[in-house]
Design a protein around this ligand. Structure first.
Ligand code: PEP
Ligand code: MG
Length: 519
């Protein structure tokens, strides 16, 4: 039997099911309130144990962003709204377990009532952390289940590390949930949003197909072997292809580059001809303050060093739209996708922008970096951004800090920019088809009801014009939206004259195969 979900971390895993339980917390008064002191000690000890556990788990993670998730959870343990409130409830005579659960619920509900979706999401973090404390109080902790497939409603980020299971399937969760990010970072095949998981009982044989989003229950041996053999062959073929250049039979070279969101992705993109899109705004998410120049510099430098002479296109912060950052204090807008987004925001938050530009410039001496501005609609925006870039360069010069004069390009993702591409003075274009489709079709890309309007064919005239202008100007033109990795569209884009296709690292090998099969 086969259940369908969303594959959030690729690969195949087969093993026996470990069905993780959910804890039930009964309302209990500690007997006539005499044990208040003891209950408080229990809670303090449990919180300390959790702090240690989270530290140990963090050491298993190489990537700063993912470690940050656990660090944030550790800080939350001592949040007064959680810890002090639980202590108060113990004073009222409740058990430590009940007090922790009730304090977490109060706090989570308050967060859920806030309009800002980023803050609302923190409610589930609070509940996760309370579950962890309660488990510590009850002396239960997830033992490592290296040979098992973890099955259940919802798993939190730190449990993924503690379990270290072979595969994961959960009923809840999304591709961007912390659990998915950590599973991806650890290479544990995972599928979320699976209905019908309650059919799986402890010990049953289960296979997880993280690439296609399937959970197979009690697959027969033949089915398993077939799947494994197919994957092995695919992987071998892909490894071979990844190392080859994407050249058509007639000798035209296309650069196949990677879209990355951080160091973790960069490391997975080994076969790429560089990075066509580094979505740096992920830097700003999952934290409570702005990243410093030094912090950004060290990541850009590491990515630059990883790819050496191969280009790495760093897109400046693309905040706004569906990517909100609460601590930047951005005004609420009724149409965020049409609002202060991307370069528009950076031109208003000049210090934030300049800090990023300084970090990129300083890192430029370690590799082949390029800068790219997102969400450009007018040539004036590029000019204004370049003024800030010049300021950053002047500052670095005055401070005696080294940098290179690196190319500056722009994303073409508004119809205005595509139609009037000739007016922009840049070193390269990269077509952001996700947004170009959204803005051409006037259809919110996050609205499921409008998915029928996601029509790549309706932006082809715009792409053709951008390519024509790029050829006249003698600059590179790439595509870095989802269509760049779409096997059905790659030949058409290459035939239209696109020089570069940038896509998620897992699609690179197949894209190279498609280009190599073209005449
Ligand atoms: C795009 O719009 O196509 C793009 C690549 O940028 P993002 O998906 O990050 O908006
Ligand atoms: Mg975009």
């Amino acid at each position: 039997m086969r259940l369908k979900g969303i594959g959030v971390s690729g690969g195949i895993a087969i093993g026996r099911a470990f069905v993780f339980e959910e804890f039930e917390i009964k309302e209990e008064k500690s007997s006539d309130g005499k044990n208040k002191g003891a209950e408080k000690n229990r809670l303090s000890n449990a919180v300390e144990r959790c702090e240690k556990e989270l530290e140990e788990l963090g050491e298993k993670l190489a990537d700063r962003k993912e470690r940050g998730i656990l660090e944030a959870q550790k800080l939350m343990l001592r949040d007064p709204a959680l810890f002090d409130r639980a202590m108060e409830l113990i004073d009222e005579g409740y058990t430590a377990e009940y007090a922790m659960n009730a304090a977490a619920e109060e706090s989570a509900r308050t967060l859920e009532s806030v309009e800002d979706p980023y803050i609302r999401e923190r409610a589930s973090d609070i509940r996760d952390i309370a579950q962890r404390v309660i488990r510590a109080l009850q002396g239960k902790r997830f033992e490592a289940k290296e040979n098992a497939i973890a099955i259940g409603k919802e798993l939190n980020a730190s449990d993924v590390l503690a379990l270290n299971a072979k595969g994961i399937a959960t009923e809840k969760g999304s591709p961007t949930s912390h659990m998915s990010i950590i599973a991806g970072a650890l290479g544990i095949p995972a599928v979320v949003g699976v209905k019908g998981l309650d059919r799986i009982k402890e010990g049953m044989l289960v296979a997880i197909d993280g690439d296609n989003g399937y959970v197979l229950i009690e697959p027969d041996e033949k089915e398993i072997n077939r799947e494994i053999e197919e994957r092995r062959r695919e992987r071998e073929e892909m490894e071979r292809l990844k190392a080859l250049p994407a050249v058509t039979k007639s000798g035209r070279r296309v650069n196949i580059r990677a879209n990355i969101g951080g160091l973790g992705d960069a490391k997975k993109a080994s076969g790429a001809d560089g990075v066509g899109l580094f979505r740096t705004e992920f830097f700003l998410l999952d934290r409570s303050d702005e990243p410093s120049e030094e912090e950004q510099f060290s990541v850009y430098k590491e990515v630059a060093e990883l790819f050496r002479e191969r280009p790495v296109i760093i897109r400046t912060f693309d905040i706004g739209g569906d990517k909100e950052v609460s601590y930047l204090g951005i005004k609420k807008e009724s149409n965020p996708f049409l609002g202060v987004r991307g370069i528009r925001l950076c031109l208003k938050r000049r210090e934030l922008f300049k800090t990023q530009l300084r970090a990129i410039l300083r890192a430029s001496v370690y590799g082949n970096l390029k800068i790219m501005y997102p969400m450009v609609a007018l040539e004036d925006e590029v000019e204004e951004a370049n003024v800030i870039l010049e300021e950053a360069k002047n500052e670095l010069r005055a401070e005696g800090k080294e940098f290179k004069d690196i190319p500056v390009g722009m994303m073409v993702e508004t119809p205005a920019a595509a139609l009037y591409a000739e007016l922009f003075d840049v070193d390269f274009f990269s077509i952001g088809s996700n947004d170009l489709i959204q803005y051409t079709m006037a259809a919110d890309r996050t609205n499921d009801d409008l998915s029928y309007l996601y029509r790549a064919d309706r932006i082809m005239k715009l792409i053709a014009h951008v390519v024509e202008v790029a050829k006249e100007k003698g600059i590179e033109v790439g595509v870095c939206g989802e269509i760049a990795g779409d096997p059905g569209l790659i030949p058409q884009l290459v035939r239209m004259g696109i020089d570069e296709l940038s896509m998620s690292p897992s699609k690179i090998a197949n894209a190279k195969r498609i280009v190599r099969e073209m005449d």
